[in-house]
Every structure is written in C-alpha cells, then in structure tokens.
Design a protein around this ligand. Structure first.
Ligand SMILES: [Zn+2]
Length: 499
C-alpha cells in the first residue's frame, strides 16, 4: 500500500470538512495587516531584506550556465535531524508541516518558475502570495525578494497552504505607502484554469460533493485532454503546467509570456472560447452552432472514446427513472414516445442499451426528423456528458489567486503534484503521496548520502515526490530557456542597427 501510514488510506477520499471558499481577491476586507497574523515576530523577521542573501556565493545549478552569482538555498547546506514519523502522525501537526517546508517543498524550482530568470527580479519579488495560517487566518499581499526568505517565512508561519497571485507594479508589501492607490496594479500572471469535480455533480452518479473515486476522476482526465490540446493548437501556448488540486480537481497554469501578459478582456475571451455548457437545470445545456467549430469537432473525437466507457458503462447515467433526462434531450417527438414506451416496459435497461435504442428505433421507422438532426442531437448529448466544465471565473481575472503547486491539501494531506499531460491517462490521484508518507520515506531511506558526482542527495530525492519534482524542474528549465531567447530577441528587435 503506497499510503499505508496515511490516515486517508481508503479508495474514496471522504469529505472531512468543506474546503474554505476561494477567497475573493476583489474584497479589500480579506486583506489583513501583518499584526493580525498569529506571529508578529515572524512578520518582522521576514520583512528584513538581507542583501547577503541576495548575493550569496555561487551555487551549482545545472539548469543555468549563467556565471552570475546565484542564491544559495539553505536546505542544501544544512538539513535538520531526521523526524520520526509515527503511523499516528497527522499531516496538520506543526512538526509535520515544518519538516515538509524544511525538507520537501521545492522552493528552488518554485522560485525559478515564477522568477523566469536565475537571478532574483521583480517577477518574483513583486509577486503576491497569500497564506492560509493554521488558525485559518488568511494573509494576503505577502512578497519575498528571494526564495530563501520565502522558505523562512513558510517554516516560521507553517501555512496550511498558500496561493499565488499576480506580479504587481510595485512590491505588494509597500502598497499602502503609495500616494496614489492606482499606482498599485496587477501587471502579469499565468493564465489559469480550474476544473473541479463539484461542477460535475449533476452528471456523475458514483460520488458527490468532495468525494471522488477512480470512476469520476475520468472526468478530469477528459477535461485535461480537451483543454490542453486546445491551448496548444488553437492558441499556440507551449508551457502549460497541470497540477492536481489535492483532492478532486486539477488546475492549469499557462506560463508563456504571452499568456502572462494578457489583460482581463483577453482572458475572458479565451475562457469564453473554451466554455460550452450554458443554461440552468433541466434545460438543454449544449447548443453549438453547425457546422461545428473545429475545436468542438476535435473535442468530440477525443471524447467519444470516453463516452462509451466512462459515461455509459461506468456512470450509467440513465438508469431507471433517470432516463427521463435523456428523453428530454431527444428532439423528435415520435422517437421520444417510442423510446419511452420501450424503457417504461424495461426500466432497468442499462445506459449503453438505451443509447443504442435511439438508433435502432430511429432506423425502424420511429424518426420523423432528418437523420442528420438526430446525429447532431446525439453529439450535443455526448458533449453535455463529457465536455470539460470549467470554473471560468477563475480564468477571467488577472488578479485571481490560485493555490500553489506542491502545497499540501488540507483535507487529504496529499501534495498538489504536477500532472504530465502526456501521461494523464495513467495519473492516479489515489497514489499521490501524502506528506506523512513522504516523511516516512525519508526516514526509511537507506541509500548513499552523496551521488556519484559528489552531490548531496536532497531529502525530496529520497521519496516518491522525486518524479514530480523532476518533472517540474524540466518544465521550469524549458520555460526559462524560451524566456531567455525571448528576451534576446526583444533586445535585438528593439535596437536598430547602426552603420
Ligand atoms: Zn466517483
């Protein structure tokens, strides 16, 4: 059992408590001053910018050939004494959270991801972080000049999670000192998407609310496949980071510079392009124009494979009296009556048979409309049951905060790990490690303390978090490579040649 020491070792993740509502970044009342935090000393401590931290001696870093001095990470210099994890350890225990931030959280790569350069710059320093503290206080407008200061504050405050907001025009901590409030404005942020299983409650039959099982995780798999290919092929984005939300959903971070610089209007346009389901309960929710947009044509081709297995066989959405909804979606009165008669006489017919009945009865003379119209109605039904249900509000605003990758989900103890979209079919949320499991793996590790080339083995490398951090590191390295060549190109194009 990969998570035998986790308190959540069953296949169904039960809802323990409803997760806190996503904090609305528009509400100024959410803003807390540092003195409201549980640890005022911590605030004072992290407010100090130690220049020595910024210009520490050089550090071996495979990703960058820059000869400039780089930030040294404390976790690579001194690692704390091993923490004994007992089977009864809870992921919310302070010492568990402290060990997580000290030994496992990949601050170095998170910093590189958000900074877009090996040397600290405003992309990181002016970035808003929002902490949820163990007492549930919500601390907005945190910012850090370096990854190490960020790490220190995490170890000190032990946030149960933190969110990432935009890069602002000035340091978020200085916003109240500005003479004009308008001088403090969000400039850039990744374009983000949120897919949450609760938006599927009206079509999933296996679970509801915060619970998920392998059957309904397939909805998230379908959503990732459809959205990922659309973002790449239709918008030309390359750097799309998918992250497991820790329980019942996934987030996408589109990190291309072009995406980060999009204003709200453009974000709304992309979200609108990808949004398909409209309307309220009971109504026909999918009504695309014909001929189908190429994006929907492509989505249909991806989704129809899943429709037979995930929907018809596993979800069995039209069992017994639930076939009434399917009948509602059949536009032909004659066919609808024929189907109703058939299903009333055998209500326990499984959904795959009911779906097949539509064509069988249509061909045997119960269709009064054109076959093409029936085909289109069936396409609409397929889309209603498979097309991604996005929480589009998350995508529309530049200043919306989203939970960081690699934090721990406060309800499950699982780490919010990245998902490789090329291997999304094999991603299993139930094998994602919990923090307690990972700390146990460090204790149990029996390998050499140093690699063959003399490098100290990091604690995360001793655990099943390693493949996820390795993937993230590769993702960040690719992003930075493009970022570097983009800056070079801008510089070349910006300076006219002189003769
Ligand atoms: Zn389920």
């Amino acid at each position: 059992m990969p998570h035998s020491i986790s308190p959540q070792s069953t296949q169904t993740l039960e809802a323990d408590s409803p997760p806190a509502a996503n904090p609305n970044p528009d509400l100024p009342s959410q803003d807390m001053s540092m003195s409201d935090a549980s640890s005022p000393a911590a605030a004072e401590e992290q407010a100090k910018v130690n220049l020595e931290e910024l210009f520490n001696d050089e550090d071996s870093d495979n990703e960058f050939s820059s000869s400039a001095p780089q930030v040294k990470f404390e976790d690579e210099l001194s690692q704390p004494a091993p923490l004994k994890v007992s089977p009864r350890s809870q992921f919310s225990d302070p010492e568990i959270m402290r060990a997580f931030y000290q030994r496992l959280f990949p601050f170095r790569y998170l910093f590189q991801w958000l900074n877009h350069s090996p040397l600290p710059c405003n992309d990181f320093a002016h970035r808003e972080f929002a902490f949820t503290l163990p007492n549930d206080a919500y601390l907005r407008y945190q910012s850090f000049p370096t990854a190490d200061l960020f790490r220190k504050q995490c170890i000190q405050m032990l946030p149960s999670r933190f969110e990432i907001g935009p890069v602002y025009s000035t340091n978020p901590r200085d916003r109240k000192q500005l003479r004009k409030a308008s001088a403090f404005r969000p400039l850039t942020k990744e374009l983000v998407f949120d897919i949450d299983m609760t938006d599927y409650d009206e079509i999933r039959t296996c679970c509801s609310g915060a619970s998920i099982c392998p059957k309904c995780w397939a909805f998230i798999t379908m959503a990732i496949k459809v959205i990922d290919v659309a973002l790449r092929e239709d918008f030309g984005f390359k750097h799309i980071l998918w992250v497991y939300s820790g329980r019942r959903g996934a987030h996408a971070w589109v990190c291309d510079k072009r995406a980060r610089e999009m204003d709200d209007q453009r974000r709304r346009a992309v979200a609108g392009y990808l949004e398909l389901l409209k309307g309220g309960d009971g109504a026909k929710r999918v009504n695309p124009r014909r001929p189908l947009h190429p994006h929907l044509e492509r989505s249909l081709n991806i989704l129809k494979e899943h429709f037979q297995t995930t929907i018809l066989h596993e979800q069995d959405p039209w069992a017994e009296e639930k076939s009434a909804h399917l009948l509602q979606l059949i536009p032909d009165v004659k066919l609808r009556d024929a189907l109703k008669t058939k299903w009333d006489s055998s209500p326990s017919r499984p959904s795959p048979s009911k779906w097949a009945d539509i064509d069988t009865l249509a061909k045997s003379g119960s269709l009064s409309m054109k076959p093409q119209q029936l085909l289109e109605a069936k396409q609409d039904i397929l889309l209603e049951y498979t097309y991604p249900r996005l929480d589009a509000e998350v995508s529309k605003k530049l200043n919306h905060l989203l939970k960081s990758p690699f934090v721990i989900h406060p309800g499950t103890g699982r780490v919010c790990v990245p998902i490789d979209p090329r291997e999304v079919e094999s991603f299993d949320p139930f094998t994602v490690p919990t923090v307690v499991q990972l700390l146990g793996e460090i204790d149990a590790w029996k390998g050499q303390a140093e690699t063959e080339d003399g490098k100290k083995v990091q604690d995360w490398e001793k655990t099943s978090l390693k493949p996820y951090v390795d993937y993230f590191r590769g993702f960040v390295a690719n992003l930075l490579k493009d970022e570097k060549s983009g800056i070079k190109r801008e510089r070349e194009e910006g300076e006219p040649m002189e003769f």
